[in-house]
Design a protein around this ligand. Structure first.
Ligand code: ADP
Ligand code: MG
Length: 750
């Protein structure tokens, strides 16, 4: 191996040899020089502080934690054990303000390695022993006297495993850096100069071998920039792809069905609904494709906004399709659109609007019977249906439309970036307008990151007269009385003419979780929704699960025979046949059911204003956004509503604290922020998940908002001049490395 001939693509096997490369591949899935160099240190230990570990490091140990520390041996002793056969070596070590004992069994030579005064980097699992801290048989690396010339001022500490210690990685990185040819820098010189960014080779070297915090910060800034820029180039590029074909212009009419609908609306639109509606209508009237993300908290009235937009399309003689993530929600949407439209939605029927302003709402889901399905398909194909409501799965299977003008996607968090592209890329000279609605509001920086291909509008106002939802966390293990009281309150609600949801995390019987409607819950899933690892329970779970989560089919009979005896109780979950689900939902909607015991199938969109109470059992098993979604099913009418998060989590546990914080946070945008805080950052941006690698390592949506915005501006400029990045091969490579080949496919498509 010659110096300077190793590139980022070179395999580690070639660069380092089998013995070093194999564990890197096996333990950390690092295969190329680039992989290894982008395996960034998690933190650094300041070498210059001779006996102190870095001030930046959390000095408190936690039992069981794996730590790497710089310490000095105070004393070392070796002896035969008294009660057992064998020899034990104990070294007392000081690291900053911490003291610990390193214990080795039957390794008498350790006494020589760790003579008093030795400075070393120790790595191992801490445990409590006789009132002090202990590292049992830690691995260690002895550092020379004084400042070791061959160590950087900041010693990198890598994400490591028990089988592959931090300094083994450090040694491999240094070996690779010694051999590395200066990598070609994908960022144009002008851009680097303008934003004061280090060059790539330098940054990669310094992030691993920094002598000062300033060097380290400059290196990291440059590397974060790469990630932000790659991501934004992908988003802006996709957007360019989405808008490269014209959309069918749908001019406004003041004598059509949209106007007739407005005239018969039973309530006044909120200011936000009106303003957003105007801006959507303006774009719809042109051939510039609408590409809009409509954010609004649960209950903010997104459906009306969407319907008014759809009616403008119908007025132009075209069709709109509304996509829902689940059959329950699709059926619910079809029902509520028909209800809102009244006679305007009954074209071809006897009681249709007499002025001839009428269209038809057609439901298209997988569980339709053959005949109903044929009719629905015909409605779509002939144009008889102005509005088609369906599940994503069904519409995707090549449904023909007479003249599709608009695609509305409800509850976007269940769909991925890739699916958006598929919607737009239907064959033909035009591309439909796209309106995406999400009920999980997303902080601006996250929106920029995950939905950077869309413009955003917000419904930041709830309809007047909404009652706040009084949310309480109920630690049932500690306060069983509270739970008894909760069941009493269910009776009181029902006696007052209201209805109640009881939500469980699991369906039961076969022991499965609610799984027929998997939804991506993290950014990684959104970028790659195909990943089977993502499910409804994709968020953090309690560490110890002493029992399986409560199940609908087990809880319902217990309630019916116990605390809720005498009430009309029904069950709803995703494994029920569609017509049964629909029948239960309809009965609940019409007030024939008092208590609905359900899984998260009711999480999105279900709209029964008379339901005023929700009890979520095992609430700690749900993610924060999901709980907020669930809670949004109540508080939709004029009556005061309440929601209880019931949990067995212990007093003072993080799980209970999370529920208490959410209970105290009514606003969706605050919830979104809380959600980010309680999640692993890596989870949000999709760093490594279940071994899958993505090119996002450092970028943080919480920390790098400004940088993301800057990167977006730069990306816009580049893509405007060179939409396929044909003249910027380095940037095309950057995009691929950050978002992966599939997400970069717009590079070929344009
Ligand atoms: P979202 O989908 O944003 O959660 P919906 O569109 O389902 O909210 O609306 C929630 C409820 O509020 C529905 O019953 C709807 O008819 C009603 N609603 C919508 N807009 C208004 C308004 N401006 N005034 C009063 N009620 C409204
Ligand atoms: Mg909705």
């Amino acid at each position: 191996m010659l110096v300077g001939v190793v590139g980022m693509e070179t395999s580690l096997l070639t660069a380092l040899g089998d013995k070093t490369a194999r564990p890197l591949a096996r333990q950390l899935e690092l295969h190329t020089v680039g992989d290894l160099l982008r395996h960034y240190p998690r933190r650094y230990i300041e070498h210059s502080l001779v006996t102190h570990s870095s001030e930046r490091e959390d000095q408190r140990f936690r039992p069981g934690e794996h730590v790497t520390l710089l310490g000095t041996v105070e004393r070392v002793t070796g002896r035969r054990m008294r009660h057992r056969k064998g020899h034990v070596t104990e070294a007392s070590v000081t690291a900053g303000t911490q003291h610990f004992t390193c214990t080795f069994f039957n390794q008498p030579y350790r006494e020589r390695d760790l003579a008093a005064g030795t400075r070393a980097l120790f790595s191992g699992d801490v445990s409590r022993y006789r009132g002090g801290w202990q590292l049992t048989a830690p691995e260690f690396i002895v550092l020379g006297e004084g400042r070791s010339a061959d160590l950087p001022g900041l010693i990198p500490v890598y994400p490591a495993t028990r089988k592959l210690r931090s300094w083994v990685i450090m040694m491999a990185v240094r070996q690779v850096l010694d051999l590395l040819d200066t990598p070609e820098d994908p960022l144009p010189d002008t851009l680097r100069a303008e934003h004061g960014l280090a060059d790539l080779g330098d940054a990669l070297r310094r992030v691993h071998l920094a002598d000062t915090w300033a060097e380290q910060a400059a290196a990291r800034r440059r590397l974060v920039w790469d990630e932000a820029f790659g991501l934004q180039l992908a988003m802006v590029g996709r957007r360019a792809g989405a808008t490269s074909r014209p959309a069918p212009a749908c001019p406004r009419r003041d004598d059509g069905i949209a106007a007739a609908f407005d005239a018969r609306l039973p309530f006044a639109l909120t200011g936000a609904q009106r303003a957003v509606g105007e801006s959507l209508a303006d774009v719809l009237a042109t051939e510039v494709p609408l590409n809009r993300l409509l954010q609004g908290d649960v209950g903010s009235g997104k459906t009306v906004v969407a319907l008014r937009t759809m009616l403008q399309v119908v007025d132009a003689g075209r069709q709109a399709v509304l996509l829902a993530p689940t059959e329950v929600l699709a059926a619910q949407h079809a029902r509520s659109l028909r209800a809102m439209l009244g006679p305007l939605g009954r074209a071809g029927e006897l009681d249709a609007d007499p002025d001839g302003h009428a269209t038809r709402v057609t439901l298209l889901t997988g569980s339709l019977g053959a005949k109903a399905r044929r009719e629905a398909l015909l409605d779509a194909q002939s144009g008889a249906a102005g509005i088609v409501v369906g599940t994503h799965a069904v519409i995707q299977q090549g449904v023909g439309f007479a003249d599709l003008g608009l695609v509305v996607v409800d509850e976007q968090h269940r769909f991925g970036v890739h699916q958006r592209d598929e919607l737009r890329s239907r064959p033909g000279a035009t591309t439909p307008h796209v309106l995406v609605m999400t009920a999980t509001p997303i902080p601006r920086t996250v929106a920029l990151t995950l939905y950077g291909d869309l413009d955003t509008s917000e419904l930041d106002e709830l309809p007047a007269g909404r009652q706040p939802i009084a949310t309480t966390a109920v630690p049932a293990a500690v306060r069983p009385r509270w739970l008894d009281r909760a069941w009493e309150r269910v009776h009181e609600e029902v006696a007052a003419g209201h209805q109640v949801y009881v939500v469980c995390p699991r369906i039961g019987e076969e022991g499965g979780e609610e799984g027929d409607e998997p939804g991506p819950r993290t950014a990684a899933d959104l970028l790659d929704p195909e990943d089977p690892g993502a499910g409804e329970d994709g968020e953090e779970r309690p560490e110890t699960e002493s029992r399986p989560p409560l199940a609908v089919t087990e809880v319902a009979p217990m309630l019916a025979e116990g605390p809720l005896a005498g009430l009309r109780l029904e069950v709803l979950h995703g494994r029920m046949p569609a017509d049964e689900k629909d029948a239960v939902m309809r009965a609940f909607g019409e007030g024939h059911v008092d208590v609905l015991v359900a899984t998260t199938v009711i999480e999105v969109g279900v709209d029964v204003p008379n339901a005023t109470m929700m009890i979520i059992l095992d609430a700690d098993r749900f993610g924060v956004s999901q709980l907020h979604q669930l809670r949004g099913r109540v508080g939709r009418g004029a009556a005061a509503s309440s929601c209880l998060f019931v949990t067995d989590a212990a007093e003072g546990s993080p799980a209970l604290e999370r529920l208490e914080r959410l209970a105290a946070t009514p606003d969706g945008f605050d919830v979104a922020r809380l959600d980010l805080e309680v999640r692993d950052e890596g989870d949000v941006l999709g760093a490594q998940q279940s071994g899958r690698r993505s090119g996002l390592h450092m970028l943080s949506v919480l920390k790098h908002g400004d940088l993301l915005a800057e990167a977006r501006e730069e990306a816009r400029a580049v893509v405007a001049a060179d939409p396929t990045l044909a003249r910027h091969p380095g940037l095309a490579g950057l995009v691929r490395s950050v978002v992966g080949d599939e997400q970069a496919d717009f590079l070929e498509r344009l």
